[in-house]
Design a protein around this ligand. Structure first.
Ligand code: ATP
Ligand code: LTN
Length: 331
């Protein structure tokens, strides 16, 4: 890279409307990090087809996700915002890295185990090799930092292992990336089962808050979030529902758990939930406004993803070419 700035790569799959978990766990951090890094934020469409997608919806969600990246505050003039499948080097490097990744290490991935259970009629090879494609995404850009939610740390670890293995055979080809996890919001839990992570592909829409939900239903979902019968707002083991709501509030406002707890001595869950609901709505409101402004502006969006992909291609192909040479392919 000809840049002095360090490099970030991250992305979200267009597998559903993005949730408050995606925002607080990943995208909010991307916004903060963009000042200091050279950032690549992609829409991971190749990853999303490891689970069946409806073609029309996939197309719409891909553009919606681009709009959301911008609406959340990512500046398209200073960062690359592109669609993964537009840069063919991702799929090409993934094939190569497949040959440097062991079945054993892939079968330990918890996301694979979870998704195979959930989609037992479609345990495809792509679901199994998903982390290899993710390693290719990251390694192509000589990435320093990968800002993600806690659930993706295992995938970053395997990307590092693959890179170290490849470098130990062929010399310094790949930069070894680090994960970056936010202090709060790294794992937002389901509102209906707070022992499970909030997921955009949950069958029960009451379990997650989508950035696209109308404000009344956001408030309703928070008010009907599963908690406990103790009635005390405190961050404590076994109080998963309350811990989750406190985490959401703290992540949005920056207030410490201790201070929230102190403010709520002698007050009940009803009041607390109302405050959380208001904070979430006020956090999403300006994002939605910006999102709506971008709707109908497809030429602008097309310009962003086309120009970004062109720049991304040039960086990615440089790494790919280096890999081809090292392996002994005729280039
Ligand atoms: P799916 O339900 O389709 O598996 P997902 O909601 O888990 O999707 P991804 O596209 O896999 O979302 O994740 C995008 C980013 O959001 C990743 O960095 C991931 O770590 C983060 N993320 C996802 N869910 C949460 C969550 N509940 N809390 C915090 N971060 C999250
Ligand atoms: N697996 C990620 C999405 C993803 C990603 C990446 C994140 C695909 N490739 C590269 C960071 C870097 C997920 O969030 N489920």
């Amino acid at each position: 890279m000809e840049t002095a700035k360090k490099v970030i790569f991250s992305g979200v799959q267009p597998s559903g409307n993005i949730t408050l978990g995606n925002y607080l766990g990943a995208i909010k951090n991307w916004v903060e990090l963009q000042k200091d890094y050279y950032c690549n934020y992609a829409i991971m469409d190749l990853h999303s087809i490891t689970v069946r997608q409806n073609p029309k919806e996939l197309k719409k969600r891909t553009l919606d996700l681009l709009k959301l990246y911008i609406a959340c505050g990512i500046n398209p003039d200073e960062n690359l915002l592109f669609v993964q499948s537009h840069v063919s080097a991702h799929a090409e490097l993934a094939w190569i890295l497949n040959c440097y990744t062991y079945m054993g290490e892939l079968s330990r991935m918890t996301q694979f185990k979870d998704k195979s259970k959930k989609h037992s009629n479609n345990i495809n090879a792509g679901l199994f090799t998903y982390p290899v494609l993710m390693a290719a995404d990251i390694l192509l850009y000589q990435t320093d930092l990968v800002p993600v939610g806690v659930d993706q740390l295992q995938h970053i670890e395997i990307a590092r292992d693959i890179a170290i293995r490849f470098n130990s055979i062929y010399g310094d080809v790949f930069k070894i990336p680090e994960g970056f996890i936010p202090k709060t919001g790294a794992k937002v839990m389901s509102l209906q089962d707070p022992t499970k992570k909030m997921s955009k592909s949950d069958e029960n829409p009451k379990a997650y808050i989508s950035m696209m939900d109308d404000f009344d239903s956001i408030a309703k979902k928070i008010k009907s979030a599963v908690t406990d019968s103790e009635g005390i707002v405190a961050y404590k083991e076994g109080k998963d529902g309350i811990n989750n709501l406190m985490g959401i509030l703290s992540s949005i406002t920056g207030e410490s758990m201790e201070s929230i707890q102190n403010r709520y001595v002698g007050r009940g869950y009803g009041e607390f939930k109302s405050e959380v609901a208001e904070a979430v709505v006020e956090c999403i409101r300006p994002i939605r406004q910006k999102f709506d402004e971008l709707s109908g502006n497809n030429d602008y969006l097309e310009k962003i993803y086309t120009e970004s992909a062109e720049k991304a291609r040039s960086v990615a192909n440089r790494t790919l070419k280096k890999v081809y040479k090292k392996i002994g392919f005729v280039v």
